[in-house]
Design a protein around this ligand. Structure first.
Ligand code: B12
Ligand code: SF4
Length: 421
């Protein structure tokens, strides 16, 4: 049986350096498919969709709200051509009801252990409009290893440098932060994968540089320490979300190849300053993720925050505007207070103000968002800072002998082989 799995494109943040990372949801889903399903994958961010290919069923994987309208348009086109279309992924779960109007079936929840039933139903012409598995998560032992071979790997290069591969070692998050939908998606309990299975998968990834996409690694200190210990011999280099603020954990993370972390910076406190310093002391770079437009922020607060980021020597900063994503407390509050004025999901890319901020006009917040990017990168552009970040990983790799030249990297692809000929 032939499945065409599609990952729709979305509008990237305006004015920011554009690069494409290999999607993760689709390759993890692919690992959960029954063996008889032959999957052909198109990431529309890097390749065009060929609609008239002969396939039995079309699956659409949607991660972001900003992708969903494009996903619906793709589905509508396939259904006009008589194809059966089903949906899954994070934004499908967040926008399930609306998505049903564009789908023969929507799959809600994690896919492991559930695809056999789905394809049995499809073969028997008994596909249900909704498969809702959100209430019970599958056994974490069933996860992976992801099938990265379905990716068109040659497309994930930026200026000749191979982009990181995505990977996850756990699911769920025991925190429940104000702007975040993760507790709705993955549940409020931390679900770590068994470390031997994690290591087994890591060993198969033909890329030294990884993005560990786990919501937060700082959820179970013992598991985290064990994970890092087991990762040391693999000599991978990786970025991730927050790591536990503990000297022993940071030390193990550094030995395990921590390259940089995404650290939320929400105020100008000494705690944040020291937190960043502790990462730096361990040779771990920091990309600050800074949310603008929270109800406790005035114009002055935003300006002060930007100055503070420069003072504490963040290696990179990503500014986003608060966005009322569905199934978050932000959304519930804003909806109740009638503050959402833009419901066009294409604008929900965290770079556009779609709500009425508390202390300023939406236009002013939009200007301050631009001010933040411009001010942080005024002396050193984003490209220059990213180059420095790249050099820091090259140095680490030179030290432990894992550095691969751009030529060696490219030689692994058919693109490189063509260049060689
Ligand atoms: C990786 C990631 C990214 C990468 C994506 C790279 C890529 N090429 O896709 C990057 C860094 C680009 C990114 C960017 C953004 N992201 Co992001 N990202 C994530 C992250 C950390 C991991 C997603 C993931 O891979 N999960 C693991 C996989 C295995 O899970 P999964 O996709 O759910 O797949 C399972 C099932 O859903 C199912 N499944 C998946 N697909 C399909 C398809 C079918 C047909 C079926 C049946 C099943 C199925 O099978 C899988 C296995 O069970 C999530 C948070 C999280 N941890 O989930 C945020 C998250 C998705 N991002 C989010 C946000 C807000 C953003 C940004 C908009 C803003 C920002 N800076 O954070 C930007 C985009 C800005 C822009 N305009 O470009 C929000 C989503 C909000 C929303 N409603 O849109 C999330 C949830 C983070 C959060 N805490 O709120 N992100
Ligand atoms: S923001 Fe991060 S730590 Fe907070 S609930 Fe979401 S995933 Fe968990």
């Amino acid at each position: 049986m032939k499945l065409h799995l599609i990952y729709p494109t979305w509008n990237k943040l305006e004015g920011q350096t554009h690069f494409n990372l290999p999607p993760h949801g689709p390759v993890v889903l692919a690992a959960a498919l029954p063996e008889y399903v032959n999957v052909h994958f198109t990431d529309e961010n890097v390749d065009e969709i060929v609609y008239d290919e002969n396939v039995d069923i079309v699956g659409i994987s949607v991660m972001l709200t900003a992708q969903i309208k494009r996903a619906w348009a793709i589905a509508d086109e396939y259904r006009r051509r008589g194809k059966t279309v089903f949906f899954g992924g994070i934004a499908t779960m967040l926008h399930a009801r609306e998505t049903q109007e564009h789908a023969d079936s929507v799959f809600l929840g994690e896919a492991e252990g559930r695809m056999e039933q789905f394809f049995d139903d499809f073969k028997n012409n008994q596909l249900k409009p909704v498969y809702n598995y959100m209430i019970k998560h599958p056994d974490i032992n069933l996860v992976g290893p992801a099938r990265r071979e379905i990716l068109n790997r040659e497309k994930y290069y930026h200026k000749g440098i191979q982009m990181v591969d995505l990977f996850h070692a756990s699911r769920g998050c025991r925190f429940n932060c104000y702007p975040c939908c993760v507790s709705f998606l993955g549940g409020k309990s931390f679900r770590p994968r068994p470390i031997d299975r994690v290591v087994e998968e890591l060993e198969t990834i033909d890329n030294n540089r990884l993005f560990i996409v786990d919501n937060s690694l700082a959820q179970n200190k013992e598991w985290e320490k064990q994970l890092f210990k087991e990762m040391i011999p693999l000599k991978k280099k990786w970025c991730s979300h927050t790591i536990e603020d503990d000297p022993e954990v940071l030390d193990l993370a550094a030995q395990a190849g921590a390259w940089y972390v995404y650290q939320a910076v929400f105020d100008t406190s000494d705690y944040i300053k020291e937190r960043v310093k502790r990462y730096h002391d361990h040779g771990i770079k920091v990309e600050g993720t800074i949310l603008l437009g929270l109800d406790n922020q005035t114009e002055d607060d935003i300006k002060r925050l930007v100055d503070f980021l420069l003072e504490i020597n963040l290696d990179l900063a990503e500014f986003t505007v608060l966005t009322p994503f569905h199934h978050t407390k932000t959304y519930d509050d804003m909806l109740r207070q009638k503050r959402i004025f833009d419901t066009d999901y294409n604008n929900y890319n965290a770079g556009k103000v779609v709500f009425q901020p508390k202390h300023m006009s939406p236009e002013r917040l939009q200007e301050l968002y631009q001010y933040a990017w411009d001010t942080f990168y005024k002396d050193e552009t984003q490209e220059q800072k990213m180059f420095k970040l790249m050099m820091s990983v090259v140095e680490k790799e030179m030290r432990d002998g894992t550095y691969r030249t751009r030529r060696e990297d490219l030689a692994r692809t058919s693109f490189g082989k063509t260049l060689d000929r």
